[in-house]
Design a protein around this ligand. Structure first.
Ligand code: PEP
Ligand code: MG
Length: 744
């Protein structure tokens, strides 16, 4: 049974069109269930359309349409459950459609095909003899329908896209609001380094192909290195310079060429050389040389891309585009030229994945969780991304485009309005001063991130400088990066977080394979298991902070007091070492922990005895309190920081911190959302840290609300039953205050 199911689902999922997929589905299901008829109806504009059949009249396909309120097929869709009848004719909802010629059938089993709560279609099996389909048969059809729902929905969308000039709507989840209009730039997945071994027929021709591909590759790498040079990100620029050198004759470039001279096709040659050297380097004892394997892999993939997709210059489109990709990781976005990135649409990734946070930091509209996006043929097509609603329109009509262009102008006008007040302090109508800090570190090159108007950097994520490297950065390299951050903040406070890799932030040179990465080896856990790395980072931070009072150090993902004690001991050790060796004036910075793991909410008294402050990571706190993976689009709708349970936890944490004289701030995404910011301020959070893109808007908003009103609003919000009601309540409040446009 399992094999049959797998064979059918694989055959359907690998079909290139909806038509073929459904034909395969009906004929193989009919055979597997040994029935006389199998048909599929697909839901289109509230009507079920007969879309494939093996057993009914073929000419009726596409012609028979029935509203959900009619017939037994409609009943299965309407009730969202199977309809299993020994004799369909006896049922009051039975309706005869003469075109389909189903007079001979009596036994009837219909199962709805449901994807994410929405009916996509109905699959029906029928038989002439009057008999009830068995429980096993019913379960088989239900399993099949559930397994195929996603593929069928995807193929349906793809079919719509291919129909010429028709405007198509894809739905995803808003990850960074705003509107973008530009052409699609589809970035395929990784090119496999394992290419087949193929002998070439013309060695000269093949050598020329290889030389041309390496030339283009050199140009592309050169452009990247120059860009990072311009952004004064020397570390990253130096990586690309090193890759360029590897292309030389005396290095891998020469090896590739020799392999072609031995009679291999260029792709095979690059693959053979790369795999051979990777194996050799991985077998070496010296950790530095071992790490060079990743350079060889990286270069091999870059040259292969030029051989396999020669027209596409890697990540360098000539005008702004909407990047369409399976999954954007933070590194990909950090490398993509910013001025060329109009919008981002991805199949995978949740609203609080780090790629989504980065999109918000860049102020680029983004939608995640758009299924079957890559199988729809949308490369180069004009797109409208209405990210605020999670909508993607493919090939929109000119009228739609002009409508969205005017919306973009209106939004720009609003942003200019907010920006005018950016340098004014964030003082509420009742005179309460709120400190607004910046979340930084997800971009390479910090200088451009420090906005006028921010009271400092509330969260500097050190992961990204680590992620953009090919190995762990050395102590002096780290000192340099941290000094840049501190000087970019020009005297204002900076909270630097120690390495928080793991989860959805892998280091390319330190792979971690886990079944549940968000519950695994993340943040402080990894640092404490690798004191040699942790001490280097702490020493680098202390040296960069040196004698001033500007620096605070923040520990991520703390889940018990022992971790704090151990981390403090390492900090003390790093401090003593530096005082002895380098500079006796180095001061101990303020130290804090992220409040991300729920258990820590209940030990704030003990936390207060150990550290100076806590910073709430509402992204992870929400993830762990609600047991919802922040990265999984299937459960995106459940990831809700406005869930009254979460709001109560945040409120209580603030009160407990006050009681224990522990300084508290918040740096999760909630702080940068207008509704989140006012609820947090109402709870008594007076230090909010957020993305650059949110700063002006939140400042504008807080300058127009008063603490008294907010206290009432909070009391009401905390008593509501769910996040939807909370958002509606806050929206209503903003509407009454004439501030609702802030939500656009
Ligand atoms: C958080 O979890 O809210 C947070 C700010 O940290 P990160 O998003 O980097 O995990
Ligand atoms: Mg976190």
């Amino acid at each position: 049974m399992l094999n049959t199911l797998r064979d059918i689902t694989q055959a359907v999922a690998s079909a290139h069109s909806l038509e073929t997929a459904l034909e395969v589905l009906v004929s193989s299901t009919k055979a597997a269930m040994e029935t006389q008829c199998c048909s599929v109806y697909i839901l289109e504009q509230q009507e079920l359309v007969l879309s494939a059949t093996d057993g009914l009249e073929k000419s009726a396909v596409g012609r028979v349409r029935m509203p959900l309120t009619q017939g037994l097929v409609g009943l299965a869709a309407e009730r969202e459950e199977a309809v299993n009848l020994a004799d369909a004719r006896l049922h009051p909802r039975f309706k005869l459609f003469p075109e389909v010629a189903e007079e001979e059938y009596r036994a009837f089993l219909a199962v709805p095909i449901i994807y994410q709560k929405a009916v996509v279609g109905v699959i029906v099996v029928q038989q002439a003899s009057a008999r009830q389909f068995s429980e096993g048969e019913e379960a088989f059809l239900m399993t099949l329908a559930a397994q195929l729902a996603m593929a069928i929905r995807g193929l349906k969308q793809k079919a719509q896209v291919s129909s010429l000039h028709q405007q198509i709507l894809f739905q995803g989840t808003s990850a960074s609001s705003g509107i973008a209009i530009a052409h699609a730039f589809v970035l395929g997945g990784e090119i496999s380094l394992e290419q087949p071994d193929i002998r070439c027929e013309d060695i000269v021709l093949e050598s020329n192909r290889l030389v041309a591909a390496m030339g283009r590759c050199k140009e592309a790498i050169g452009a990247l290195s120059q860009r990072f040079d311009r952004e004064q990100d020397e570390e990253v620029a130096s990586i690309f310079n090193a890759l360029q050198l590897l292309l030389d004759d005396a290095s891998l470039g020469g090896e590739y060429a020799r392999e072609v001279l031995l009679g291999w096709e260029a792709e095979s040659a690059v693959s053979r050389v790369s795999l051979r050297y990777i194996q050799q380097f991985l077998a070496m004892e010296d950790p530095y040389l071992k790490e060079r394997a990743s350079d060889i892999r990286d270069l091999g993939q870059k040259v292969l891309r030029q051989l396999i997709e020669p027209e596409r210059l890697e990540l360098e489109p000539d005008k702004p585009v909407i990047l369409v990709t399976k999954e954007a990781d933070a590194t990909m976005l950090a490398e993509f030229p910013r001025q060329k990135l109009a919008g981002i649409v991805t199949e995978l990734g949740g609203v609080n994945s780090h790629a989504a946070i980065l999109a918000r930091a860049l102020g680029v509209p983004a939608i995640t969780g758009v299924e079957q996006l890559l199988s729809a043929d949308i490369d180069q097509k004009l797109l409208v991304v209405n990210a605020s609603r999670g909508q993607l329109m493919v090939s929109p009509s000119p009228a739609i485009v002009s409508e969205y262009r005017s919306l973009i102008s209106a939004q720009k006008a609003l942003q200019r309005q907010y920006a005018q007040e950016l340098t004014l302090p964030s003082v509420m109508l009742d005179g309460k001063r709120i400190r607004l800090y910046l979340n930084a570190g997800l971009l390479s090159g910090v200088a451009s991130e420090i906005a006028e108007g921010a009271d400092g950097i509330g969260l500097y994520r050190t992961e990204i400088p680590f992620m953009l490297q090919q190995r762990f950065p050395s102590e002096s390299e780290q000192v340099k990066v941290y000094q840049q951050v501190l000087s970019a903040a020009s005297g204002r406070p900076v909270v630097m977080r120690t390495l928080d890799v793991g989860g959805d932030k892998p280091l390319p040179y330190f792979p971690i394979k886990e079944d549940n990465p968000f519950l695994g080896w993340r943040g402080i856990r990894l640092s404490l298991d690798h004191p040699e790395l942790f001490l280097v980072q702490l020493r680098a931070m202390l040296q960069a902070g040196a004698e001033g009072k500007q620096l605070s150090i923040l520990l991520p993902m703390v889940s018990n007091l022992d971790e704090i004690d151990q981390a403090l001991a390492y900090l003390e050790q790093a401090h003593v070492e530096l005082k002895n060796d380098v500079n006796s004036n180095i001061k101990m910075p303020r130290i804090g922990i992220m409040l991300e793991v729920p258990a820590m909410l209940y030990q704030l008294d003990e936390v207060a005895k150990r550290v100076d402050f806590v910073s709430v990571g509402s992204n992870d706190l929400t993830q762990y309190l609600l047991a919802v993976d922040r990265n999984n689009p299937r459960v995106s709708s459940l990831f809700d920081s406005y869930h009254p349970g979460i709001l109560r936890a945040l409120h209580q944490a603030r009160l407990d911190c006050e009681y224990h004289h522990l300084d508290i701030s918040i740096c999760g995404e909630l702080a940068g959302e207008p509704m989140g910011a006012i609820l947090l301020v109402a709870m008594g959070y007076h230090q909010l840290s957020m993305n650059q893109g949110s700063l002006a808007r939140i400042n504008y908003l807080l300058r127009r609300v008063s603490g008294e009103d907010l206290a009432q609003l909070l009391a009401q919000a905390l008593s509501l039953s769910n996040g939807f009601q909370v958002r509606e309540l806050v929206k209503e409040y903003l509407t009454l205050q004439g501030l609702v446009t802030i939500l656009n």
